[in-house]
Design a protein around this ligand. Structure first.
Ligand code: NAP
Length: 280
C-alpha cells in the first residue's frame, strides 16, 4: 500500500495477547488518532494460545490492517506470518505485523530498537553499550528483542531464566552466558553489569506484589536499570534497586518508542513521531 493510500483510510489495528488488562496501548494510540497520522481504530483482542492461528487468519482476510502482538504470543506468531524483518529473525520475536493489500503478513520486531531509543531518557544520558555487560531477566519475546538490539550495539549479554538448560535457540546465539535464578554467578553478573533489564512479567498489574528473585545488594550506584513493566509505573523491583543507588526507569518510554516505530510501519514513515511528541 502506498503512503498516500494509507493516509486516506482509517487504520484498523488489533492487539493480540492474553491477558490484556495491563495494556495501555489503546490509550496511547487514541491520543494521536487523526492528528498528523490517519485515524486509528485500535482494538484489544484477547487471544489464547489455542486461538492465535485463527486470529491471524482473520487478519489475513482483512479484518485488520496491522497488529501488535504481546504476551504470550511473540514467539509463536512467527509460524503464522509470511515474512520476517531482520530484527524479528534475530530475536525470534514479533511484536508488530503489517498486512499488505493482498493479505500478505510481514512480522517485525520494534521492541529492541524502541528499547534503545528509550535509553535516552536516563538523566545521565544513554549508556555506551560497546563491550558493556548487560544482564537481562527472562528469555521471553521482550527479553529476546532487547537482547538482539543491545547485542547489535556490541554488548555482552547474560540472560537469567527459569530454564537455563533449554533456552530458545535465538537466546543461545545472542548470549555470552545463560544462567538460572539459583546460579552462584547471578550476584557477580549483576554487580559487573552496566545495564540490567527486567524483562519478565513478574510485578505487572494486577500481580503488583511479585518481584524477580534477584539479589538486591548486587545493584549499585552508576548502574542503569530498566524494568520493562509500565503498569504499575513503579514496580516493587524498581523500588528495591533504586534504594541501592541505581538509576532506574520503567517501560513507559520503551512502550512509546516501540509504538512510534510500529506506526511508521503501518501508516508511513514519520507518522510515529506524533506519539513521541504527545507522550514523552
Ligand atoms: P512472554 O514472551 O510471555 O515472556 C514472559 C517472560 O516472563 C519470560 O521472560 C519468562 O522468563 C518470564 N517469567 C514469567 N513467569 C516467571 C516467573 N514466575 N519467574 C521468573 N520469570 C518468569 O512476555 P513478553 O512479551 O516477553 O513480556 C514480558 C514483560 O515485558 C511483560 O511485563 C510486558 O508487559 C513487558 N513488555 C514491555 C514492553 C514495553 O514496551 N515497555 C514491551 C514488551 C514487553 P523465562 O521463561 O525465561 O524464565
Amino acid at each position: 500500500m502506498r503512503d498516500d493510500d494509507r493516509n486516506a483510510h482509517r487504520l484498523k489495528i488489533a492487539l493480540f495477547g492474553h491477558p490484556l488488562g495491563h495494556s495501555r496501548s489503546q490509550e496511547l494510540f487514541a491520543a494521536v488518532s487523526g492528528r498528523s497520522c490517519p485515524e486509528i481504530d485500535y482494538q484489544p483482542v484477547e487471544v489464547s494460545p489455542a486461538g492465535l492461528e485463527a486470529a491471524i487468519e482473520r487478519m489475513r482476510r482483512g479484518e485488520w490492517d496491522g497488529a501488535n502482538v504481546t504476551i504470550p504470543h511473540k514467539g509463536e506468531v512467527l509460524r503464522y506470518v509470511d515474512s520476517l524483518d531482520l530484527s524479528a529473525r534475530t530475536s525470534g520475536a514479533v511484536n508488530v505485523i503489517v498486512r499488505s493489500g493482498e493479505g500478505v503478513l510481514h512480522g517485525i520486531n520494534t521492541d529492541g530498537e524502541g528499547f534503545c531509543d528509550a535509553l535516552k531518557v536516563f538523566s545521565q544520558g544513554p549508556p555506551d553499550l560497546e563491550q558493556a555487560g548487560v544482564v537481562i531477566f527472562g528469555t521471553g519475546g521482550a527479553a529476546r528483542g532487547v537482547g538482539a538490539a543491545v547485542r547489535q550495539r556490541g554488548a555482552e549479554v547474560t540472560f537469567v531464566t527459569r530454564r537455563p538448560g533449554q533456552p530458545p535457540s535465538e537466546v543461545m546465539s545472542l548470549a555470552r552466558e545463560i544462567i538460572g535464578w539459583d546460579s552462584r554467578r547471578l550476584s557477580s553478573c549483576i554487580e559487573e553489569a552496566l545495564l540490567v533489564v527486567q524483562a519478565t512479567s513478574l510485578g505487572m498489574a494486577p500481580s503488583t506484589e511479585e518481584a524477580v528473585p534477584a539479589p538486591r545488594e548486587s545493584f549499585r550506584k552508576g548502574q542503569y536499570v530498566v524494568d520493562l513493566i509500565y503498569n504499575p509505573p513503579e514496580t516493587r523491583f524498581m523500588q528495591q534497586v533504586r534504594r541501592q543507588g541505581a538509576d532506574v526507569i520503567n517501560g513507559w518510554p520503551m512502550l512509546v518508542h516501540q509504538a512510534a516505530r510500529a506506526l511508521d510501519h503501518w501508516a508511513g514513515s514519520g507518522t510515529g513521531k506524533a506519539l513521541i511528541e504527545h507522550w514523552l
